[in-house]
Design a binder for this molecule. Sequence first.
Ligand code: AMP
Length: 407
Amino acid sequence: MTPDASILVLNCGSSSVKFAVYEVGAIEASDPSAAQPVQAALRGQISGLPASARLDWHPSEAVPVREALSGVSDHASALAWLFDRLDHSPRYRAVGAVGHRVVHGGERFAEPVVVDEAILAALEAQVPLAPLHQPHNLAGIRAGCQALGSRAGDVKQVACFDTAFHTTQPALHTTFALPLSMRERGVRRYGFHGLSYQSIAERLRAIAGERAEGRVIVAHLGNGASVCGLRARRSHRTSMGMTALDGLVMGSRPGSLDIGVALFALSTLAMSVEQLSHLLYNESGLLGLSGISNDVRTLLGSIDPRAALALEIFCERAAQEIAATAVALGGCDMLVFTAGIGENSPAIREAIVRRLAFMGAALDASANSAGGPLLSTPQSAIEVRAIPTDEESVIARSTLAAVRAAS
Ligand code: AMP
């Protein structure tokens, strides 16, 4: 791929498709360990799937464009529409590869991989482990193959995995207390949000200096939420497990749950597996607790006591997972907040750090309101920071490397 070619990055979620275009030359000229990630030439997203799809993007530097996508109700048609729009951009004509966020790589995929039919089938087999995300990720790959297959002939599709960053976890933190017969079938903790953690880990030394090499806990608080303990900027323990259901309370997932609740639902309540799955992935978490919304902004703006209780439980559980991760690391030198809630909500950060005062954590109120980047007082035993994550630039860089390695 020449420096004037581009990499298209696709992050296909349940109701949205985020996309970004990177120039190969810009990726080559940038340093992955710099404080700022490489800038995308173009960014946008299709949201509101399936009922009211719309496209928001900046096709040129100047004006943001929003258009309703009539007749678009699934990922395949959304991507066909997107490819059609991008087709009019000179940058898109030079796309040399497409990088996709794929949530679950299972035991087999510890590195980004160029996708072919056999690999697509292997990724399909992981769908039951990530039913909320993986089908949409794979729909993006299929749409990419379909739209670009006949084009230059060798526009490769690369899968980049959220599980891959966590392959450095020791067995102590990946092994369930289950019989060997289950563990032999790949039933273990994998962990997710790895592309986000990689984005923070790569840049953390430039941002925070020597302390970055110590015991660092990153709290990725978005619609999905998890924490990850880093040692020497590698994953040592994370709160998500075999699936993305474990750990913190999330937008519509309960996080860690007494497994007896699932047995009760299946036996006493006679729920089907599909009903239980829908309950756990789509109806629980902040949405289930509040009965109002999965969106933290909405809940923060509500005077309904159910919203307040939902947020209290969210913060309590986040603090508990951070403390549990500190046990795994043998302490904590730095706490980093990232993703939609972590980067943007002083109130949630304050409610979490207040619960960690027993570990010596103390926020500077005005720095926290201003969004940092350094949020803690000079006396705090734990340095607290807010750092924007950038999964797309990690995918772009990994995609370029995978394509080059494969050719
Ligand atoms: P993400 O999945 O990373 O896009 O994060 C989505 C979550 O971030 C939603 O719950 C949003 O309500 C929340 N969020 C985004 N901006 C803010 C903000 N300014 N204050 C509070 N929550 C926010």
